[in-house]
Design a protein around this ligand. Structure first.
Ligand code: SF4
Length: 470
């Protein structure tokens, strides 16, 4: 089954990648996993899957659609057992078809195993071609299945086995695996995508973000380290480092846009970090206006930080329709004309005759902002000053974010003044690169900031804009 996900709106924001969730030893493992995936819906809206286990039998349900649509009470009742792994998908590698929906499940020399992945392997095609030459048969077009095949060819304990796999794969990978006897959490040696550990009564839980723990009532314990493998089984929890060389460079975009503001990263809330970005932006590029508005929801915290720093009121000038998603497909010409209005509507009585500062978290193609300034002007706004709480994006992302190509990024075509004209703002300023990094929690190894400065922390020679294993 192919899904077509053409949004009526040319979606200018970066798309989230995937969410992973796992729980070990809980009588309601699949229900808890459902809730965890529900909290992590923002990371992937294309498809969802849960694999549960009672230690002998594995139960699987996967489908395309949002979490609330994929699972119904009678479906969850079939997902028996005390252990479960879940996944929400937004495809960055592999076609949008049901075979690619994770967790992937197979039976090998170790018995049944399932795997859920967030990230992207930059050398997946080469590895897959090599494996295919050796006779490997693939059921999906995902890079995740490449990991499964490589793992099947290793020997030793899990740490040793994953060490052998890690010597071959290059890229971002946060993985949760489940066998009959254990739940395993892995974060790549650069820790590009997040993975956190929590505890729900006597059960350990793993999730992409801590906001999932809040919904299920679990206690946050800590983030899994870059290059760390966590093995949870009947004996408890065991942690080791599978990577000899670890250079932690988490994705800075998780802080700017991707992660939920109520999640925490590096012992700091994302909300606080985004406010700090807004504060820094205000210090660098103040503007005079009647009030500040955000482009909801991802810019709310930065806009608040900006407004509070300058002592300017913060207003809700744009209302977002939360029910517009990737399921809004095949629009008619009439609907297409509605454009960004389908998603955002200005509060005309508020913006009329006013000088407004619009805070946005980032600019990708510039198409949304261009339409938003038009909307605000037609609602009577007198001046529109755009402030961006990150620096200009010049480079694509090979590590699991659905970025457009280099050619589509507006910063590669225009100067800041050119972008201002293009989006129709009265003034435009971005947060400086230094200001952006300084607003983030101090992190020893630094962050991956490759889409801003082109310094890729991992080899990506085989990367050519978009991955395809078709
Ligand atoms: S290139 Fe950008 S989006 Fe991709 S991992 Fe690095 S910082 Fe994140």
């Amino acid at each position: 089954m192919k899904i077509k996900c053409e949004s009526i709106i040319q979606n200018d924001s970066l798309q989230e990648e995937c969410a992973v969730f796992g729980i070990w030893n809980h009588p309601n493992a699949s229900e808890i996993t459902y809730l965890g995936l529900y909290a992590l819906q923002h990371r992937g809206q294309e498809a969802s899957g849960i694999v549960s286990s009672d230690g002998n039998t594995f139960y699987i349900h996967k489908n395309v659609g949002l979490v609330a649509d994929v699972y119904k009470p009678h479906i969850l009742a079939t997902l028996k057992g005390y252990h479960a792994v879940g996944h929400n998908r937004y495809s960055t590698t592999g076609a949008s078809n049901i075979n690619n929906v994770q967790p992937l499940f197979s039976v090998g020399k170790d018995g049944p195993i399932c795997i859920a992945h967030n990230g992207n392997l930059v050398n997946a095609k080469e590895l897959r071609d090599e494996l295919a030459k050796m006779g490997a048969l693939f059921q999906t077009t995902t890079d995740t299945e490449v990991v499964l095949h490589l793992l099947a060819r290793t020997i030793g304990n899990w740490k040793e086995r994953f060490k052998q796999v890690a010597e071959k794969i290059i890229g971002a990978y946060t993985l949760i695996l489940m066998t009959k006897n254990e739940l395993i959490g892995i974060r790549d040696p650069n820790g590009i995508r997040p993975l956190v550990l929590g505890k729900l009564n006597d059960s350990f839980v793993l999730a992409s973000e801590s906001c999932a723990f809040d919904l299920i009532g679990a206690e946050y314990i800590r983030a899994i380290d870059a290059g760390e493998i966590i093995i949870i089984n009947a004996k408890g929890l065991h942690s080791e480092y599978f990577a000899n060389v670890r250079k932690t460079t988490p994705c800075i975009f998780e802080l700017i846009y991707f992660s939920r503001p109520d999640s925490q990263m590096f012992n700091e809330s994302i909300d606080r970090t985004r406010r700090e970005m807004g504060k820094q932006l205000a210090l660098e590029s103040p503007a005079n206006a009647d009030f500040v508005i955000s482009v909801p929801d991802s810019s709310n915290a930065a806009a608040l930080g900006y407004a509070q720093t300058l002592g300017i009121p913060y207003e809700h000038g744009l209302i977002r329709n939360h029910y517009v998603g990737r399921t809004f497909i095949n629009p008619t010409t009439e609907l297409r004309k509605a454009g960004v209005k389908i998603k955002f509507n200005p509060v005309a009585t508020l913006v009329k005759e006013k000088r407004i500062i619009v805070v946005e978290d980032s600019i990708v193609r510039g198409t949304t902002l261009k339409q938003l300034t038009k909307l605000l002007r037609s609602a009577g706004a007198r001046e529109i000053h755009v402030r961006v709480a990150s620096s200009p994006i010049y480079f694509p992302c090979p590590y699991g974010m659905d970025f457009p190509t280099k050619e589509e990024l507006i910063a590669n075509h225009y100067s800041i003044e050119g972008i201002r004209k293009e989006i129709g703002a009265d003034s435009l300023a971005y947060l400086s690169y230094e200001g952006m990094v300084s607003a983030c929690p101090d992190y020893n190894g630094g962050y991956c900031t490759a889409c801003f400065n082109g310094v890729y922390p991992l080899n990506y020679e085989s990367y050519s804009g978009k991955f395809s294993l078709e």
